[in-house]
Design a protein around this ligand. Structure first.
Ligand SMILES: [Zn+2]
Length: 260
């Protein structure tokens, strides 16, 4: 028998898939955007795909019948288009894509979906609320970088927000052949004028080309492949745990709560 992963839709086939009663889908969402001067445009997609693949493989080994869907490679980047070659879908486009994928899954009777978001500019909660009454598919959202704040704080010395120590460490672990450390700038940002914005209680879709010099937020210089590997392992383990729980949870009227 060929060594084909049953949990990975783009690699499995109809012959195999017919034999698996899939319980949970996983939809990774990446992005195509500038990541300082040293990381690839596809950084968010590489990261979220690797995490999703490892988590699905681990959950499968623990008995979960999980199906990894192909990653969406473009995201909401309206405010970062100031940097060349960044690609953007408008929020309503992402909503439509989610709606259509969820509808396909519902058609195939795969009724539990984990949306694994890999891009900070995607605020997807409103979309899950929008779809809530449209579909039988039970949607759960995870922004992968938030799943283990303790690991984040212990592993990284000086993390920022974008193409920083954390993301650079991950890419040094995942795709060192695509990281050009010598090009990186220090990821400094400009301060806004408004007190309310400095204090963090007034929000703006930050114009990234004014906020940053070369799109980076946070200095990547302390990044190492070891840190990336450590963090990714912790994140993968936790997400695999969620997938297993989703697979085991009966899809009754009380899902995901305990019945009375
Ligand atoms: Zn990123």
């Amino acid at each position: 028998m060929a060594d084909i992963p049953d949990w990975k839709l783009v690699e499995t086939n109809l012959g195999r898939a017919k034999q698996v009663p899939y319980e949970v889908g996983v939809l990774p969402i990446g992005a195509t955007e500038a990541h300082n001067l040293h990381l690839p445009y596809g950084t968010d997609t590489y990261e979220v795909e690797a995490i999703a693949e490892r988590a699905c493989a681990l959950a499968w080994d623990q008995g979960a019948e999980v199906l990894l869907l192909p990653a969406i490679p473009v995201s909401i980047n309206e405010n970062t288009l100031g940097f060349p070659w960044t690609l953007s879908y408008k929020p309503t486009t992402i909503l439509q894509m989610l709606r259509d994928i969820v509808s396909s899954l519902e058609h195939h009777r795969l009724l539990k979906l984990l949306v694994l978001n890999g891009h900070g500019g995607n605020e997807l909660q409103p979309f899950l609320r929008e779809l809530f009454r449209e579909t039988e598919v039970q949607l759960i959202l995870v922004n992968w970088w938030t799943v283990d704040p303790e690991a984040f704080e212990t592993i990284f010395e000086d993390p920022g927000e974008h193409a920083d120590e954390m993301e650079t460490s991950l890419m040094l672990h995942l795709r060192p052949d695509l990281v050009e450390m010598e090009r990186a700038d220090e990821g400094a940002t400009r301060e806004p004028h408004f007190t309310a914005m400095k204090e963090g209680w007034a929000w703006i879709a930050r114009p990234w080309d004014k906020l940053t010099t070369n799109s980076g937020v946070g200095n990547p210089e302390t990044a190492t492949a070891e840190k990336g590997e450590q963090f990714i392992e912790r994140v993968v383990e936790k997400i695999a745990g969620l997938i297993v729980e989703m697979a085991n949870e009966p899809l009754d009227e009380w899902y995901p709560y305990e019945s009375d």
